[in-house]
Design a protein around this ligand. Structure first.
Ligand SMILES: Cc1ncc(COP(=O)(O)O)c(C=O)c1O
Length: 404
């Protein structure tokens, strides 16, 4: 039987219908550009949803992966493996925290953090100290615990009942925070910069009050740095920018250089929370993914990519402000390094479609927010190309409306 062609029809035949895939089949990438099977080059301002920090085709990453694959692809956590140790050491040095647990995806890191928080809270003899909170508008993942902490109804509806003992505090609402947390609180999960929620940063007064209440009630602060971490916002961890001082930190997305890898990093306070057999995963901390992670972190430092995230991010912001002054369709712009949200006056997917026609990949989130998550390697020319394309799209839209 001949294989099915790679197109929409075959996709509908083969797969559950949970992804709205773009109508292009990609074969490879070059730097900041993705290439379709017809040879079309697309400027990639999404980077595999914030994963491809080094862009495509980084030789150091490919060499680290192939060298490790030639030695050992998998052995499981029954054994000690050098790449896991080296990556764990790096993460502890970067964070100043105490222990690492490796998993495979963002949502698995969140599950592990929920379990750690509840087990830790169990030490204090209060059987009700099980409540786990997140913040409205947040996204933490798709498995049951993480989904129960996720705000968007479309990710949750139909999958109820959710995990008991989870709740949501209004984002940046100090009164609501004070009302909801108590002695029964085990943890509060925060994205310092909300990604899926439309690129919104937590306020300093909210974080400061959260830390005070942690002192009062003895709960954990968990920083979900899955999207905003690994240098994207200009520092390795986004939480350092607001001094969130988390007890647990979740990383994923770029951590494995494109291979599935996530980590939970914990402070001394929680370092003994897990015991043998308590929690685990067959694949988590896979040596090839860890070798890729080491190469990725080295490249971020060697190539000064956090500085690039700041410089090019600021450049994009300046240029977007100019577009905002010119085009009334732009309502607001929020930029933290290379995590950029543009609120527009209609569904952002309209602009994503127009940009695709011009071979630029941008992402729509939170209905009317254009999200840009380019590789940290993006050049000024590539950033300018994206801005010029957006300018063209907005100008053409206005001209078309006038001619109606
Ligand atoms: C902030 C945040 N947390 C958790 C997740 C879930 O990660 P994954 O899709 O790897 O399970 C995501 C994914 O977009 C995310 O952005």
């Amino acid at each position: 039987m001949a294989p099915l062609p790679i197109n929409r029809e075959s996709e509908q035949t083969l797969f559950f219908h949970n992804y709205a895939r773009l109508p292009i089949a990609v074969t490879h990438g070059e730097g900041g550009w993705l290439v379709g099977d017809d040879g079309t080059r697309y400027l990639d301002m999404i980077a595999g949803i914030g994963v491809n920090a080094l862009g495509y085709g980084d030789k150091r990453l490919a060499e680290a992966i192939s060298a490790q694959a030639a030695k050992l692809i998998h052995a499981s956590n029954l054994f000690m493996m050098q790449p896991q140790f080296e990556l764990a050491e790096k993460l502890l040095a970067l964070s100043g925290l105490s222990k690492v647990f490796f998993a495979n995806s963002g949502t698995e890191a969140i599950e592990a953090a929920i379990k750690m928080a509840r087990k830790w809270a169990g030490l204090f003899g209060n059987p009700y100290k099980k409540e786990v909170f997140s913040l409205s508008n947040c996204f933490h993942g798709r498995t049951y615990g993480a989904m129960s902490l996720t705000a968007k109804p479309q990710y949750v509806n139909g999958f109820e009942p959710l995990l008991a003992g989870t709740g949501m505090i209004n984002f940046n609402d100090i009164n609501d925070l004070e009302e909801q947390v108590s002695d029964n609180t085990a943890a509060v999960f925060v994205e310092v910069v909300q990604g899926e929620g439309g690129i919104h940063r937590i306020s300093q007064p909210f974080i400061d009050r959260l830390k005070e209440l942690r002192e009062q009630y003895n709960f954990l602060i968990v920083a979900d740095d899955i999207q905003a971490g690994c240098g994207r916002t200009g520092t390795f961890f986004s939480y350092t920018q607001v001094d969130a001082d988390p007890d647990l930190v979740c990383l994923a997305k770029p951590l494995g250089g494109g291979l599935p890898l996530s980590a939970v990093i914990g402070s001394e306070k929680v370092e003994n929370v897990l015991s043998y057999g308590n929690h685990g995963t067959t694949f988590g901390g896979n040596p090839v993914a860890c070798a890729a992670g080491i190469a990725m972190i080295n490249a971020i430092h060697d190539d000064h990519l956090m500085e690039n995230a700041k410089t090019i991010g600021n450049f994009i912001n300046d240029e977007l402000q100019k577009l905002g002054a010119k085009h009334p369709q732009i309502l607001d712009i929020r930029q933290y390094g290379l995590m950029i949200g543009i609120t527009v006056d209609k569904e952002a997917k309209y602009y994503a479609g127009k940009a695709l026609e011009k071979h630029v990949l941008i992402n729509a989130t939170s209905v009317n927010v254009i999200r840009l998550l380019p590789p940290l390697t993006i050049s000024r020319e590539e950033a300018q190309h994206c801005i010029t394309t957006l300018d063209e799209i907005l100008t053409e839209e206005t001209a078309a409306e006038k001619s109606c």
